[in-house]
Design a protein around this ligand. Structure first.
Ligand code: ADP
Length: 249
């Protein structure tokens, strides 16, 4: 959320309540999820969410690297979130910057709280998230992709982990910010939720909201997560009800 001159700020909300891409305040961007596109990984998923394109791969449970991280009574969950150098049109320095490290850490912690880690002592479950095209909400798309990839890998979990960002744009609480809304809006609040219990396992916030707005944003996020959850289940159903004919060898 950088500060810019007034002349650079696009119109984020029309008088009749339409957003920059025509959506209403409570609408998600189109989401398409494919489970299992990478046959070499133990599990994988590809997520197209608005203009975001995110691939996730899961390996494990497998030997822990580096070895000193190994825990005797449980598996550890390691995550590497990376934004490809070509994923944004501004110049992005390739490699893991501080933002990527922070996102990797919060995503690993979110999955650590839903995976039945005690079933796989002394192992690592490695989650890789590669953002190929970014348009805001990539950590949420990453969580969704990784969650479907973990399920595809057969890792036992409490539940799938849907995620979505809510925010405040032109004074309104809105669901699923796109890039311009993220850049020029007043607040951005990504979250991931365990659908069964409603427990939040990832919740971050940048910007400002009142308590009432925060409460409305959380309710909207919960509804958004439930809709994303349906799409995740649908992707897994499709994966396991279609034959492998025509798939890579
Ligand atoms: P998220 O993608 O989870 O919303 P941020 O709020 O940090 O995470 O980023 C919002 C958007 O800003 C990203 O999705 C991406 O489009 C863009 N962005 C983030 N980091 C960079 C960067 N280093 N260079 C260019 N664009 C970036």
């Amino acid at each position: 959320m950088g500060s810019v001159g007034a002349k650079d700020v696009p119109i984020l909300m029309t008088p009749d309540g339409r957003r920059i891409d025509g959506r209403r305040w409570d609408e998600l961007r189109p989401i398409h999820i494919v489970a299992g596109p990478l046959r070499q990984a133990d599990g994988s998923a590809f997520v197209e969410w608005g203009a975001n394109k995110v691939m996730a791969a899961v390996y494990g449970p497998r030997e822990v690297h580096p070895r000193h991280l190994q825990e005797n009574h449980r598996a550890i969950v390691q995550c590497r979130y990376n934004m490809a150098a070509f994923s944004v049109d501004e110049r992005k320095r390739p490699g893991l910057d501080r933002r990527s490290q922070e996102i990797s850490k919060v995503i690993a912690e979110a999955f650590d709280s839903v995976v039945f880690a005690e079933e796989f002592p002394r192992t690592s479950i490695d989650v890789y998230i590669e953002v190929l095209q970014a348009n805001a909400g990539t950590r949420c798309a990453g969580v969704v992709a990784a969650s479907v990839a973990l399920a595809d890998a057969g890792i036992p979990m409490v539940d799938l982990l849907p995620a979505v960002a809510v925010g405040k744009v032109a004074g309104e609480i809105v669901l699923d910010l796109k890039k311009e809304e993220d850049n020029f809006g007043e607040a951005d609040l990504p979250m991931a939720m365990v659908p069964q219990s409603g427990r939040m396992v990832l919740l971050q916030m940048e910007g400002h909201m009142t308590r009432d707005e925060l409460s409305k944003a959380l309710d909207l996020g919960v509804k958004g997560c439930r809709d994303v959850h349906e799409k995740m289940k649908e992707a897994l159903r499709t994966r396991y009800t279609t034959t492998d004919a025509g798939a890579e060898a």
